[in-house]
Design a protein around this ligand. Structure first.
Ligand code: WA2
Length: 268
């Protein structure tokens, strides 16, 4: 009897964990797909129309009205690539100067990625050079070299919540899918991305599910398996080896590996 009860508890843990992993992965995937569509929207209406048929008001309105398509993103924005030689002209045209993510006037750099369009929910990144933040900068460089969606490691976003940033490159020309890295970099127009506010939006998602009270859920970035990084949930105290179940997660960036660890909440 004891064995049967244990096995049943174990099966319940496995099925609840799999349900949560599937749900998180699905909501992640639909959000990524919609950001992909926004990158195409910018390419089509900002770069393929002369003069551009997109401005901040249109971008803010469209992204607000379609935010239901991106359930795990706190906001999206478009950062334009500006090389140093074009900085002065860019700033004069915009009527503001490029600032760092610490809100200081940007020192001279080879190139910049100031935010020119933003969803109102992340309006605080407007005018900031997204290359001035280590995680955002790595994402920008990796996305434009590969032409694919990329994710940062988990870090404290400017909202002060733990999350990850998603970045898609936008190119001036239609590049063949086998384009060389240097041709991709040369053709880069900017970066369309958004912040996955994992801390608050995943909390919301899990709260809606039955059995939430009995379960402790953690999500880790295990790209470097010997140094797992917490992406969601609190650190599990050591010396408390209650049974756990691990589900692999695929968030669409083959460079990153993630998994979910579920445990039963200890009874007190
Ligand atoms: N967006 C919102 N909050 C953030 C953040 C970010 N990056 N980085 C830190 N906190 C416009 O990759 C281009 C968005 C970056 C895209």
């Amino acid at each position: 009897f004891r064995h049967a009860a244990l096995r049943k508890a174990e099966e319940a843990l496995v099925s609840m964990c799999e349900e949560r992993a599937r749900m998180l992965q699905d909501q992640f995937a639909v959000s990524v797909n919609h950001v992909h569509a926004l990158a195409i929207l910018v390419a089509t209406f900002h770069y393929e129309k002369h003069p551009p048929a997109l401005d901040q008001n249109t971008f803010a309105d469209y992204t607000a009205r379609t935010s239901f398509e991106r359930p795990l993103l706190s906001g999206v924005a478009y950062a334009q690539r500006v090389v140093h030689a074009d900085r002065e002209g860019f700033e004069r045209h915009q009527g503001w100067i490029i600032k760092t993510m610490k809100h200081e006037p940007s020192p001279a750099q080879d190139e910049y990625a100031p935010v020119v369009y933003s969803q109102e929910t992340v309006s605080y990144i407007e005018g900031l050079d997204m290359m001035s933040g280590e995680e955002d900068r790595e994402n920008i460089l990796r996305s434009r070299a590969s032409g694919k969606a990329v994710l940062t490691r988990p870090f404290r976003l400017m909202s002060n919540h733990l999350g990850v940033v998603l970045t898609f490159p936008v190119y001036h020309a239609d590049l063949p899918s086998d384009a060389k890295e240097e041709d991709r970099v040369a053709a880069t127009a900017g970066y369309l991305g958004g912040a996955f506010d994992v801390e608050s939006l995943v909390e919301n998602l899990l709260r809606q599910l039955a059995g939430n009270q009995e379960l402790v859920v953690n999500v880790y970035d295990v790209t470097n398996i010997s140094n797992p990084l917490v992406m969601y949930g609190s650190e599990v105290p050591l010396g408390n080896p209650s049974p756990s179940h691990i589900c692999m997660l695929d968030f669409g960036d083959p460079f990153r590996k993630h998994h979910m660890v579920c445990r039963n909440k200890p009874h007190v």
